[in-house]
Design a protein around this ligand. Sequence first.
Ligand SMILES: Cc1cc2nc3c(=O)[nH]c(=O)nc-3n(C[C@H](O)[C@H](O)[C@H](O)COP(=O)(O)OP(=O)(O)OC[C@H]3O[C@@H](n4cnc5c(N)ncnc54)[C@H](O)[C@@H]3O)c2cc1C
Length: 426
Amino acid sequence: MKRNIGNLFIIACVVLTVIVWFAFPPENDGRANFARQYAGEIIGSVNIVLMASALFISTRPKWAEPYFGGLDKMYITHRRVATTAFLLIFVHVLTVPISVTGWKLGNYLAVIAFTGIVSIVLVSLAPRITYLNKLTGGTYEGWKNLKQYIGIFFIIAFIHSLTIGKPLHALAAINWVQIFFIIGTVSYLYTEVFGRYFKKYVPYTVAAVKYPNASTTEVTLRAKNNSIPKQRAGQFLFVRFPSDKTLNESHPFTISSAPHEDVLRVTVKASGDFTRALFGNLKPGTDAVVEGAHGLFDYKTGGQKQIWIAGGIGLTPFLSFIRDMDGNLNQEVDFYYTVRHKDEALFLEEIEAAAKANPRLKVHIRYSATDGSLNVDDIVKNAGGTITAHHLYMCGPLPMVQAFEKKFLALSVPANNIHYEEFNFR
Ligand SMILES: Cc1cc2nc3c(=O)[nH]c(=O)nc-3n(C[C@H](O)[C@H](O)[C@H](O)COP(=O)(O)OP(=O)(O)OC[C@H]3O[C@@H](n4cnc5c(N)ncnc54)[C@H](O)[C@@H]3O)c2cc1C
């Protein structure tokens, strides 16, 4: 329940916005198209509430993570809220009566806000459209850089609502929406301007760089001031390396070391520009900046019987769990680690040694190219015929995680028992 409070709160704010508009309706001043103006302003207000919520989530408030189920889930909410707001812009534009004469400041601001928001959102929603992609270079970082201007258009959109020719007299609704305008604006300024003075960016040095296989880098980071961030096994951090142009981008990686270690380790698969540069260029002695730890992927909060499923580099949170155990695992765990070929499997000896030291940990390694894909029937059989009382922890490629989630729900596993880490914020 707790992890749904954030989403329910946003829905409640939207519903309340509509209620305020109906509870304190504007006086009908006899203008033509009063009803359309009324409906259009309600939709515009809902838009401001949704955009403010999206801007708030972008501040990455650690204290709010439990109310959404973790930062990765907050970004899912962010995406949905922003998409809904985007679609509502069109509904708003089609609903409000637009006169072609007598334009006031608000009308011009509306055009600027509309063009700005629609352009930015289109680019982020349609990464595969070549023409749009050219604006961002097709990269996540390019998209992030462009997206940072959306708050400016949010501010313009709100000012537009106050400066159109004949706004409706709806003081209560305007005051209510103003609260969200302030929340959105402060959130935006926090993210883009002054947040850096409050967030804990901790200086580290790269202590070691290892290559556990032909496409993976293990980076060991040592805090310059010996202050390891407070963390639980399974959490992730953001790291960048300021002295290298390509590596000076903040990227999220799970901490694959155990919280009791005096260093942080991340294990990174080379998949795009940043991670390939990390594999090719990162040297011991390089400066790093770390922010975190974030996330709620924590098996210790689950039940006595557990099933863990790691696909490919999705192994990393489970590595941290295993390294944290110290031979004292209390839960009964079936741990499935699936990769295509044997040479892709990481830290096998260590995982098998952990299974020996922790008799409750049963490890099942699956090479999908030769053994076939991991399937639910095998998982249920190994669990004794039923998994409805198990807690399931998954991390891996999104299609794999989604397919398993669907099958587990179909087998009547309660949704609250299914936990997964999204390796994707977009
Ligand atoms: C919570 C979390 C934990 C993760 N843990 C690990 C891990 O332990 N090991 C590992 O190898 N990978 C992990 N990842 C994935 C890793 O962050 C991406 O593979 C990496 O950022 C890709 O960057 P790139 O430039 O190499 O690839 P690109 O091809 O540029 O990006 C590939 C995808 O990665 C995501 N991405 C890219 N840049 C960023 C960014 N700055 N911030 C957020 N997402 C971005 C986007 O979805 C993008 O579409 C994790 C991701 C998340 C969200």
